[in-house]
Design a protein around this ligand. Structure first.
Ligand code: CP
Length: 338
């Protein structure tokens, strides 16, 4: 059975990413009619978190439950992870007990190390480099809010703000899918050359385009979707004054900037948000804000991803085989004198 990890959308072709999204759409349609099939019955997902999470933690846990499986929340410091036990041994042990391993890690290398040794799929739930499960959900959400007459390859997606892990994944998935991606930020907060080179290579293959600019007004001129993320994260508290000065007010997504975009443009944010910082309440709560559709789609996308990675790997014993083993165990229990 083929072992695929989900660590970077760059490891997947355009068709494979579209297949995951189509599978997600089918499962979501079933869910909306109360018919989610138990496609992962009996499966277990170990969920390692080195950082807090609301959406990712809840969506993966609910997804596993609704698909007939089970998720274990392993909170920061709860298991040995490279301390008191090697990553190799942790990966081997979890692989013997669970059908997949999820990891939200401080360092990307933690996830790649786990994947190196794991014998079950490893899913990246956010690292200092990227956030691939978030952006599959984002593309699904964009498809659901596609302007009339446009195809996926016609969409213009503009990200305003810091070159975060979400920016990296969004830039890479949109360019891989042949979309038009623009990032507006001060020079110091634009993506590293390596990420740009990967996105440009995607564009050459897919026909997509990549624009990096310091001008947020020019960046939103053709935008079908404006996306932003936090300007600072845990561990960057000492940089808050410098970052605030660099982004505010020019790169804040406020009503004035939102109104410079086409009148059909939708607003997106992966959340959590610092309301009044990277985006104002009147944009966050605007009729064309789709931030909570995005959040809900995390749940549907996790189901699609989990089924894509795990369904073909689960054992499918016949009813006869199940009855045979049950009978043997029950006969043994009857033979006991207790
Ligand atoms: N967007 C996202 O990953 O949210 P959480 O940090 O709450 O999981």
């Amino acid at each position: 059975m083929q072992l695929r990890h989900f660590i970077d959308t760059q490891d997947f072709t355009k068709q494979e990413l579209l297949d995951i999204i189509e599978l997600t759409r089918l499962i979501k349609a079933a869910d909306k009619q109360g018919c989610t099939p138990k496609l992962l019955e009996g499966a277990s997902l170990a969920m390692i978190f080195e950082e807090p999470s609301t959406r990712t933690r809840v969506s993966f846990e609910v997804a596993m439950t609704e698909l007939g499986g089970h998720a274990l929340y392993l909170k920061p410091g709860e298991i040995h992870l490279g301390v008191r036990e090697s990553m190799h041994d942790t990966a081997k042990v979890l692989s013997r007990m669970c059908d997949a391993i999820f990891c939200r890690a401080l360092k990307h290398q933690t996830v790649t190390e786990l994947a190196r040794y794991a014998e079950v799929p490893v899913i990246n739930g956010l690292t200092d480099y990227n956030h691939p499960t978030q952006v599959v959900c984002d593309v699904l959400t964009m498809m659901e809010h596609m302007p009339p007459g446009k195809r996926l390859e016609d969409l213009h997606v503009t990200f305003i703000g810091d070159a975060t892990n979400v920016l990296s994944s969004l830039m890479l998935i949109t360019t891989r899918l042949g979309m038009h991606f623009t990032h507006a930020a001060p020079k110091k907060y634009q993506p590293p050359a390596e990420w740009i080179a990967w996105a440009e290579a995607n564009c050459r293959e897919s026909g997509g385009t990549l624009t990096i600019t310091e001008d947020p007004i020019e960046a939103v001129r053709e935008a079908d979707f404006i996306y932003t993320d936090l300007w600072w994260w845990v561990g960057q508290e000492d940089q808050i004054p410098e970052r605030r000065a660099a982004f505010m007010p020019r790169y804040q997504v406020n009503l004035e900037l939102f109104q410079k975009a086409p009148s059909h443009c939708k607003f997106m944010h992966c959340l959590p948000a610092s309301r009044g910082v990277e985006a104002t309440d009147d944009v966050m709560d605007h009729p064309r804000s789709i931030i909570f559709d995005q959040s809900e789609n995390r749940l549907h996308t996790e189901k699609g991803l989990l089924v894509y990675l795990l369904h073909h790997r689960l054992p499918r014993p016949s009813e006869e085989l199940k009855a045979y083993h049950k009978g043997k165990i029950e006969a043994f229990l009857h033979s006991l004198s207790v």
